[in-house]
Design a protein around this ligand. Structure first.
Ligand code: CP
Length: 310
């Protein structure tokens, strides 16, 4: 089957087959990334603009590397050095960039829904690199790829997601993607950080006690507390948070033996996870980052059409 979308904005918008296709293509891209010469001509002549209105290390760098490995011309725009600082609107910025004929705009923006706004108005492809607390589809896909490599399937997995669910676009993309692929999700976090009614998104259970969420889990995914998105204090102290919602070698024993430990980064060491766990044998955090390049190559490839690399 082909990929019929001009844009990739949310995993909620994709079918099971489309997610499967993106993951399978990412495996092909991993093979390219293992070569001595990690470059194929697939997107030669295409122009990709990476437009980031929020800070990023992993996502921005890996989208740039992904575009370059596919031979596209990539341009990075950081809004701190762009005319956004002079008051230019998102739409004006996008229309001016469009005048330079990009094929794909990869954007990160603090406002949920800003990508849908642009996708309706621009003929080029829009890829969401994170919008507010809505979705972060490339992160969800790279997380699923990392789990699938470990277990061979996503069907039937128990995935615990712990932390600041309310502000987490990573949690939402994983919930939509993983439940569509047959996994069950167990969420836990301080009551102020778990949105009421989130169970309605699918096969989702909310546990007040983190230990219930991680008990017998195949995967334990920890989230960062997004202090920058909180308009008010949602926590008494970070020490208390760490005590009740932090992952350490003791409570990790509640999960299945050899359960995968994941985190999208950046990590607050000693808050949501102890360094023993971050750097321990069960940690797949750097594998997630590695898979991020392949997944983003697959996303760029599928919104562009083109031939798979040989
Ligand atoms: N996981 C993630 O989105 O990391 P960055 O903010 O560094 O891109």
């Amino acid at each position: 089957m082909g990929f019929k979308h001009k844009d990739i904005i949310a995993l909620q918008d994709l079918t099971r087959d489309e997610i499967q296709l993106l993951l399978d293509t990412a495996e092909n891209m991993r093979e390219v990334n293992s070569r001595d010469i990690k470059k194929v001509p697939t997107l030669r002549g295409k122009t990709i603009i990476n437009l980031f209105y929020e800070a990023s290390t992993r996502t921005r760098t890996s989208f740039e590397i992904a575009g370059k490995r596919l031979s596209a011309d990539t341009v990075n725009i950081s809004t701190s050095t762009s005319s956004t600082t002079k008051g230019e609107t998102l739409l004006d910025t996008a229309l001016n960039l469009l005048a330079m004929k990009p094929d794909i705009i990869v954007m990160r923006h603090a406002i949920s829904g800003s990508h849908y706004f642009l996708a309706k108005r621009l003929p080029c492809s829009i890829i969401n690199a994170g919008d507010g607390a809505h979705e972060h589809p490339s992160q969800g896909l790279l997380d699923m790829l990392t789990m699938r490599q470990e277990f061979g399937t996503l069907e039937g997995l128990k995935v615990a997601i712990v932390g600041d669910i309310t502000h987490s676009r990573v949690a939402r993309s994983n919930i939509h993607g993983l439940t569509r692929m047959g996994a069950s999700i167990f969420l836990s976090g301080p009551p102020t950080m778990v949105p009421p009614g989130i169970e309605r998104l699918g096969n989702v259970t909310v546990c007040n006690d983190m230990r219930d969420a991680i008990a017998d889990a195949d995967v334990v995914m920890m989230l960062r507390i997004q202090l920058e998105r909180q308009g008010k204090t949602l926590l008494p102290t970070l020490k208390e948070y760490s005590r009740y919602y932090g992952l350490n070698p003791d409570n990790l024993k509640l999960a299945k033996k050899d359960a995968m430990v994941m985190h999208p980064g950046p990590i607050n060491r000693g808050v949501e996870m102890s360094s023993y766990v971050v750097d321990g044998d069960q940690s797949h955090i750097l594998k997630q980052v590695e898979n991020g390049v392949a997944v983003r190559m697959a996303m760029l490839y599928h919104v562009s059409g083109g031939e798979l690399p040989t």
